[in-house]
Design a protein around this ligand. Structure first.
Ligand SMILES: NC(=O)c1ccc[n+]([C@@H]2O[C@H](COP(=O)([O-])OP(=O)(O)OC[C@H]3O[C@@H](n4cnc5c(N)ncnc54)[C@H](O)[C@@H]3O)[C@@H](O)[C@H]2O)c1
Length: 497
């Protein structure tokens, strides 16, 4: 299967727009095709709307953004794409016809995938030129922030197609979940439908409002689901004997059962209750406003989960590892992706995020620590202290820090953090960070830190790996001629000058 440099999209609505934003962000060109010429402006707007949240997802080094082009001629799209993702309306006959058409114009090693929420791949592939290169790749809205993509093969899909598709989706930061057997609704929509059906029943019977039912998830199970899912959570609910006890205790209730298998009739009263209920919950906020709120918390949740290396946070970590490795490879051997060359190393380039700012409108104290931490992460990766190194039980701990606040870092201001190596020995690394406003280079803050190399299991300082130390010393030599920063070695309360 070919390397994917250009993603072709058929249908550029909500889902097509989400695919475009994600692919472009991670350096893939996109050629988007839709029957309606007006969708060009729409998809460009959708990509621009996604950008603020996507830009905050990770501070790992990204490749240059991909380029977006648009056509109303699906044959042009099909003949230029390295991978085609179909996102037209959920109608079997329409999808069968359009997929068959696309397959006649695609090159012989191009994979074609459908975003269908519930149609099965064998049905969709009926008239395809090469059904072995077809699969369902079902994403979730917003595609640019939710990593899950369900991969489902049909009767004729080659295993190599699933594998190659998974490689591509992982490359753009997704969690590819291979669904073993094709079933209508795949896995997730089948589960979501069961919940949704019960919601409709309870609203229909006047048991609860849409708002109350959302509360029943948001304050409880929703928080648990983000990291562990239903089965693991129930395993924990069974006490020491886990799932076995859980089934013994609650299994008999399943015979009652609490739930109903048939959906209620969607009559006007029920539709009104659902619509009025959700309008009351929105409280006058527009869909755009609510989308921004949703995007912001989706980014924040993934960053928290990343600290625990769990769920979508583990996917984000794996993506970042790959981005750092690629950045290093692009920089050539020996220099770890960073060219010291007698200048402090530019390690972090970011913008001051709204949630970093305190009641004064300036960046909060503890966020400086986070920036210095991000800078050290980048430095460590560049010298070979990566996930594998940490897994071997060795790492650096920060043992001392001193921050000076020189000028205000205001919300949305682009800033950079550069780092000077002040000293390296067998176990210690002394560094000096400067935070500057990117627009005019103004100094905003400095941070001096001592890091200690430790054997985490023995909980004591240990000599640094020889190769890591050699790289750090190389950087230190490149910085040896730099003047000692004025704030280096300062203590709190020391007079200026
Ligand atoms: N919306 C979701 O939450 C969601 C989530 C996952 C998967 N999906 C699936 O993704 C697909 C698209 O859903 P959507 O919500 O983006 O729909 P949408 O209505 O927002 O977009 C569909 C787009 O397809 C275009 N289109 C229609 N016929 C076409 C044709 N013959 N050739 C080219 N373009 C054509 C339309 O102009 C429109 O822009 C569906 O199969 C849906 O089940 C949707």
């Amino acid at each position: 299967m070919r390397q994917v440099k250009t993603l072709g999209l058929l249908g550029t609505g909500v889902i097509g727009g989400g695919w475009a934003a994600r692919a472009l962000h991670f350096g893939i060109d996109v050629i988007a095709a839709d029957v309606k010429p007006s969708m060009e402006a729409w998809i460009r707007g959708a990509v621009a709307n996604a950008e603020p949240a996507l830009a905050r997802l990770t501070s790992a080094p990204l490749p240059p953004k991909g380029k977006l082009s648009f056509t109303t001629d699906l044959n042009v799209m099909a003949s230029q794409a390295d991978f085609i993702q179909e996102n037209i309306p959920e109608q079997l006959e329409l999808k069968q016809r359009m997929l068959a058409e696309v397959s006649r114009h695609a090159a012989s090693d191009v994979i074609i995938a459908s975003s269908t929420s519930g149609l099965t791949p064998t049905d969709l592939a009926r008239d395809l030129v090469a059904p072995e290169r077809f699969l369902v790749a079902h994403p979730f809205n917003p595609v640019y922030l939710l990593p899950l993509v369900e991969l489902v093969g049909g009767a004729a899909t080659a295993p190599a197609t699933i594998e190659a598709a998974a490689v591509f989706f992982r490359y753009i930061g997704m969690h590819a979940l291979h669904v073993r057997r094709e079933v209508p609704g795949h896995l997730t929509d089948r589960l979501q439908e069961a919940l949704w059906r019960e919601i409709l029943h309870m609203v229909n019977e006047g048991v609860a409002t849409t708002g109350e039912l959302d509360e029943s998830i948001v304050y409880g199970p929703g928080l648990r689901w983000a990291a562990m899912g239903t089965n693991m959570i129930y395993h924990l609910a069974g006490g020491e004997s886990g799932m076995r006890h859980m089934l013994a205790q609650f299994g008999p209730c399943l015979k009652w059962p609490w739930t109903k298998l048939e959906a209620p009739e969607l009559n006007e009263t029920l539709i009104d209750r659902m619509v009025e209920g959700t309008q009351a919950q929105a409280g006058g906020r527009s869909i755009r406003e609510l989308e921004r709120l949703r995007d912001d918390y989706l980014v924040a949740i993934q960053q928290v989960l990343r600290q625990y290396d769990i769920g979508a946070g583990a996917t984000l970590r794996a993506l970042e590892e790959r981005l750092y490795v690629d950045a290093r490879a692009g920089a050539g051997p020996g220099d770890g992706g960073l060219h010291a060359e007698g200048q402090p190393l530019p390690l972090v380039s970011t913008v001051v995020r709204p949630e970093w700012v305190d009641y004064n409108g300036h960046m909060s104290d503890f966020r400086y620590g986070q920036l210095f931490g991000d800078a050290m992460d980048a430095l460590y990766r560049a010298v070979g202290v990566d996930a594998a190194y940490r897994a071997s039980g060795f790492m650096f701990y920060t043992v001392e820090s001193h921050t000076t606040h020189v000028a205000e870092a205001k919300v949305s201001e682009p800033i950079t953090v550069s780092t000077q190596i002040l000293g390296v020995d067998d176990k210690r690394l002394r560094v000096f960070h400067t935070v500057r406003r990117r627009a005019d280079g103004k100094l905003l803050a400095t941070g001096e830190q001592m890091h200690l190399h430790v054997d985490a299991k023995a909980a004591k300082a240990a000599p640094t790996d020889a190769r890591v130390r050699e790289k750090l010393e190389q950087m230190a030599r490149a910085h040896a001629e730099l003047p000692l920063p004025a704030a280096a070695g300062r203590h709190v309360g020391q007079p200026k000058g």
